[in-house]
Design a protein around this ligand. Structure first.
Ligand code: PMP
Length: 436
């Protein structure tokens, strides 16, 4: 039988009590605290890529990924831990019918910046988050993908350097590649991108844009700290490099997160991007951007030439939904479901994954990120997982040079059963490869 020194046990209770994980009740014993901070002790020392990644313009794999890649591999009955899509709201059809009845706007063209009612509603949401914006700074876009593309094509020319976090959202890597920009990938840390390296590269390469997913980062799930946000903005101002802040997972935090960097932006260095894809449904294609200062007009013109405006029907559905009051309820339900599934996934990972694995503990969003020992053949594991009906994203598409980083992104927006099954199969695979 296992021999454990009594002092070790007492020490363990002391540590748990000091962390607030348990509380002592005189005469009754120890109780698990309801205030427990889940798995805080599992927060890894996080460094997906140690070095800055420099990527010259080259091939673009985003199209493959969307058209023949992971999307095409999705089959009914699979456990999909790859793409994170929220559960659609129950009453969306009803809301859509109402929107259609009121949509006399369908019979005419509208403003490129979007319908005023919707812009007012989005502005209100953003003001609530601490942003100093008005309807005059807002453009409704075809998903946030269009907003990112409009901003990038506005600020960057072919051959310019652009800073991104490494890892980062692959859709932006693809836009930069299609434009012929040169990419500098600055390693992420648990506080946000490495600012020392950022400053070094701001100074040496004079990039034209910094792209950051400041809150509930895709793919790592990390949130840039308040202090880091302030320093990042100060550096951007000092080196006169605009920031593109992508807050695609806005509203999906189940723990407090700092206000967006845009809320600190007094001198119009930050362009802010958000979306309803993660909180309502991606198929409506309604996103938005906040552009302050001289850039607004130019970006709006570009938007007009692209597609005139976002579907008035889609805009009316979102607007109707926001007005109905269901949105808040839907968001709090989503958050409650997501925190539960995050915890189930963390527990499963802790149980099934090899001890060499390190993972992030996100404050919301849809993903967490698992890092594995350097020599593990992650592509092979991803393929083998697929043959067992488990779909995941391995780390490489999230890095500008798309090298085989030993990491994976897992979405916890799934049923408890699927999470448990998926993680146990993945855990067995990882252990098998590690023991080779
Ligand atoms: N930004 C990030 C960080 C994303 O993860 C995504 C989609 N996965 C987008 C932008 C684009 O989303 P959409 O165009 O649907 O708003």
């Amino acid at each position: 039988s296992l021999q454990v020194n009594k002092l070790t046990i007492i020490e363990a209770y002391n540590v748990l009590e000091a962390d607030g994980a348990i509380c002592a009740r005189q005469g009754s014993g120890y109780f698990v605290s309801t205030q427990i901070v889940p798995y805080a002790n599992l927060q890894p020392t996080f460094s997906p890529a140690q070095e800055v990644i420099i990527k010259e313009p080259g091939s673009n794999s985003f199209f493959d990924m969307h058209v023949s890649g992971v999307h095409a591999q999705r089959q009914p009955g699979m456990i999909d831990l790859s793409f994170g899509c929220p559960r659609p709201p129950k009453n969306l059809t009803q809301i859509a019918k109402r929107a259609l009845n009121q949509a006399d706007a369908l019979s005419k063209y509208d403003l490129p910046q979007g319908q005023l009612t919707l812009r007012r509603q989005i502005t209100q949401m953003l003001v609530h988050q601490g942003l100093n914006v008005s309807t005059e700074n807002l453009i409704v876009t075809n998903g946030s993908e269009q907003a990112l593309s409009l901003a990038i094509y506005h600020f960057v020319r072919p051959g310019d350097w652009v800073i991104v976090e490494a890892p980062t959202y692959f859709g932006v890597i693809a836009i930069l590649e299609s434009l012929g920009a040169k990419i500098i990938g600055i390693p992420m840390t648990p506080e946000g991108m490495n600012l020392e390296l950022l400053e070094q590269y701001l100074c040496s390469h004079r990039p034209k844009l910094i792209y950051t997913i400041s809150t509930l980062h895709n793919p790592t799930g990390l949130t840039t700290t308040q202090a880091h946000r302030q320093k990042l903005l100060a550096l951007a101002e000092q080196y006169e490099c605009p920031i593109l802040e992508d807050n695609a997972y806005e509203g999906l935090n189940f723990e407090p997160v700092p206000a967006p960097i845009k809320a600190l932006d007094k001198n119009n260095w930050v362009t802010y991007v958000g979306t309803f894809s993660k909180t309502l449904v991606p198929g409506l294609r309604v996103g938005y951007m906040v552009v302050t200062g001289e850039h607004y007009q130019a970006i709006l013109e570009r938007k007009l030439f692209h597609d005139v405006h976002v579907s008035t029907f889609s805009q009316a559905i979102v607007s109707e939904y926001l007005a109905s009051g269901h949105y808040r309820r839907h968001l709090s339900q989503l958050r409650a479901e997501n925190i539960q599934s995050r915890n189930i996934m963390l527990q499963a990972i802790e149980h099934y994954f090899p001890e060499e694995a390190r993972w992030t503990v996100p404050k919301g969003g849809l993903f967490l990120w698992v890092q594995l020992p350097g020599d593990i053949p992650i592509q092979e594991i991803t393929k083998e997982a697929l043959s067992q009906n488990i779909l995941i994203f391995c780390g490489s598409p999230f890095f500008p040079d798309k090298q085989g980083y030993p990491a994976m992104r897992l979405t916890f927006a799934n049923s408890a059963e699927d999470i448990e099954k998926g993680i146990s199969i993945l855990g067995n695979l990882l252990k098998k490869y590690l023991s080779r």
